[in-house]
Structures are given as C-alpha cells and as structure tokens.
Design a protein around this ligand. Sequence first.
Ligand code: AMP
Length: 115
Amino acid sequence: MSETTIFEKIIAREIPANIIYEDDLCICFKDIAPTAPIHLLLVPKKRIVRIGEASPDDQVTLGHLMLMAQEIARREGFHENGFRIVINNGPDGGEAVPHLHLHLLAGKKLSWPHC
Ligand code: AMP
C-alpha cells in the first residue's frame, strides 16, 4: 500500500476539513473543490485503496457507506430532491486519492451521461 493519503490525515485531524459527520466506520466532509452546489466526500476510516480492491472483509463497511449516504442526504436536506453517488476507480476512472471515497453530489439537476 502506498504512503498515507490526505484522507487519512483528515481522519487523524492532522489537516483541517469541514467535517459534517463521523462515526466508528466513516467520516464525511466537504470536498475542497466542489463540482456541484453540494459536494461531500464519504470516506471509510479503514484504508480501502479503491472499490476495485475491496475484499469480502469490507462488506460491512461498504454497506455502511451506502446507508450513510442515504442518512447524510436526509440530514443535509438533499434526500428529497435527489443526489448522485460517484466512485472514481483507477486512472481511467479519474481517481486522484487512493483511499476509497464516495462523492455525494447534489443541489442542482445534474447532467448525465457523465463522460
Ligand atoms: P477522486 O478524483 O475521486 O480521487 O477525488 C478526490 C477528491 O478529493 C477531489 O474531488 C478533491 O477535490 C478532493 N480533495 C482533495 N484534497 C482535499 C481536502 N484536503 N479536503 C477535501 N477534499 C479534498
């Protein structure tokens, strides 16, 4: 596994972030360079490098992330209007940070397809 990522530093409070939710398994904070009116990152505290390298041991964490995406959407007030969950995987997928993260995008009618 490569060196410590920026997300592990946020989890460890070594660098600041605008954290809006945290529990034993995950943390959610605002993306520093938002691409939608609401752009949150939902990150497992366990370093899963990317979804393409998750293992069956990660099943509980992965399920938790999906359910917390729904819960955060409710708490932050964008559940009703809708939202998008994006996971970038690997070079062609646009992954910049090798620590699994869900982008939660909302706050306007998002365009599709996204390519
Ligand atoms: P990805 O391209 O899917 O790996 O997404 C990485 C995301 O992390 C990008 O949307 C960045 O804007 C975001 N990001 C990078 N550094 C920070 C930071 N310090 N705080 C919040 N978001 C960050």
